[in-house]
Design a protein around this ligand. Structure first.
Ligand code: FES
Length: 217
């Protein structure tokens, strides 16, 4: 079981929250220009040192859903990106964005309604979310995508992600899968994506989880 520590950084107009267990330190916040996030400062995040629009912009860059915001007057809420996408990262997780419903995700993780980093090496202790275990495990996959799927659809639908017991992510809803290069490689509505790390046809499941005895916990 992962720790579910959530830190709140209050502001006059907007609060920022950080779910520690989801954070894999990609650094989109820390490298953002301006005074919102300054490493080593106490507190690290100070929403009142920048404008509300900038808070929203920077927080929504967070690819793991660890960062979220909440307007004090409730007038602003995050909305989904125009398109559901999964980026197959180089030697790392699946970065998912869009209108997401990740089965089993707790209410303490509101950010993963829109942004999530999903484990695909099979080693995370915080499954289905990435916890950077791929680094220690030496997981290697360049993020190339061989299949094309079907035609892209412009219709926006919710992307349902079911991390199946001891098996793949069963994904349904309009989706574009991007290779690590950024190429929009696959389009479709239904796909099974490997989360055991063993498929020979990554990012797709090829049934290897049955052979390698993957345990999703
Ligand atoms: S989950 Fe990895 S091959 Fe099926």
């Amino acid at each position: 079981m992962s720790r579910e520590k959530v830190y709140i950084y209050p502001g006059e107009e907007i609060n920022v929250s950080w779910n520690q267990a989801l954070c894999i330190h990609i650094g989109e916040c820390g490298r953002s220009q301006g005074d919102l996030f300054i490493g080593g400062r106490q507190p690290w995040c100070q929403p009142d040192l920048t404008g509300v629009e900038n808070v929203i912009d920077v927080v929504e860059r967070c690819p793991s859903g660890a960062l979220t915001y909440e307007a004090v007057d409730g007038a602003i809420v995050e909305t989904a990106a125009d398109e559901n996408t999964i980026v197959v990262s180089y030697n790392g997780p699946l970065f998912v964005r869009g209108d997401l419903e990740i089965q089993g995700a707790s209410d303490a993780k509101p950010g993963v309604r829109f942004r999530a980093a999903l484990c695909r090496c099979g080693q995370s202790k915080n499954k289905p979310f990435c916890d950077n275990s791929h680094i220690e495990a030496g997981f290697e996959d360049s993020g190339a995508v061989g299949e094309k799927g079907k035609e892209a659809s412009n219709e926006i639908t919710q992307l349902k992600i079911n991390p199946s017991q001891n098996g793949p992510y069963l994904v349904s809803g309009n989706l574009t899968i991007k290779a690590s290069s950024g190429r929009a490689a696959w389009h479709g509505q239904r796909v099974a994506l490997c989360r055991c790390g063993g498929s020979s046809n990554k990012p797709f499941c090829d049934g290897s989880h049955k052979v390698n005895g993957f345990q999703s916990g």
